[in-house]
Ligand binder design. Structure first.
Ligand SMILES: O=C(CO)[C@H](O)[C@H](O)COP(=O)(O)O
Ligand SMILES: [Fe+2]
Length: 213
């Protein structure tokens, strides 16, 4: 069963708590939280205090996508705030193995994200240590961008790598996911679909979540 993870990047920030409740009521599985630092990506969003506040309102699985430089500096605060999974960019750290160990030491899951231009060979050695690999299907930083079509083949090749190694690593896809691109991603082997504008821009959120699934 595909895991549906709406991104609150496209939600109404003035009533974030209600927006998280709304995705849960619509049948979503995870809540995807896009953390941007204005350095790794040219945009700013929210930090650990926002996650801490949201955690008081829901038990939903918090999938925290850290688009930040020096992600090692944020593991403690996001874990303490209530993250269930911290996903870091392979491009943002020199010591990925140590970083995943540090995330796991908090008793939570660890993911590794790859920008569209980063090849899969970059995560070959880390694959056995990651709970999830996030394939970015847009350049990170903004919601509402167009899905990069070559991402589908990247998902397919990653699925093959995971199968060959007999691993259980989840594949997440993020960026430009809608009813159509979701189908191609699912068929290529994606386990988790992130969608921001498609879910929050829908007239009927429940229908949008069902369409992705
Ligand atoms: O990580 C992200 C952007 O960097 C977002 O999760 C992603 O873009 C979701 O938005 P949309 O579905 O509108 O593309
Ligand atoms: Fe994201």
């Amino acid at each position: 069963m595909t895991i549906i993870a709406p991104s609150i990047l496209s939600s109404d920030f003035s009533r974030l708590g209600e927006e998280v409740a709304r995705i849960q009521d619509a049948g979503a599985d995870w809540c995807h939280i896009d953390v941007m630092d204005g350095q790794f990506v040219p945009n700013l969003t929210f930090g650990a205090p926002v996650v801490k506040s949201l955690r008081k309102r829901t038990e939903m699985f918090f999938d925290c996508h850290l688009m930040v430089e020096n992600p090692e500096n944020y593991v403690d605060s996001f874990a303490a705030a209530g993250a269930d999974l911290i996903c870091v960019h392979a491009e943002a750290t020199h010591h990925l193995h140590r970083l995943l160990q540090s995330i796991h030491s908090k008793g939570i899951q660890a993911g590794v994200a790859l920008n569209p231009a980063t090849p899969l060979c970059q995560i070959e050695e880390i694959l056995p240590y990651a709970d999830m690999i996030l394939i970015m299907s847009v350049n990170p930083g903004f919601g509402g961008q167009k899905f990069i079509p070559t991402s589908v083949d990247k998902i397919r090749r990653l699925k093959q790598m995971i199968r060959e190694r007999d691993l259980k690593t989840l594949i997440e896809v993020d960026g430009g996911v809608n009813g159509e691109t979701a189908k191609a991603c699912r068929e290529a082997g994606a386990d988790v679909l992130v969608a921001g504008s498609f879910v929050f821009g829908a007239a009927d959120m429940q229908e949008a979540v069902a369409a992705l699934r």
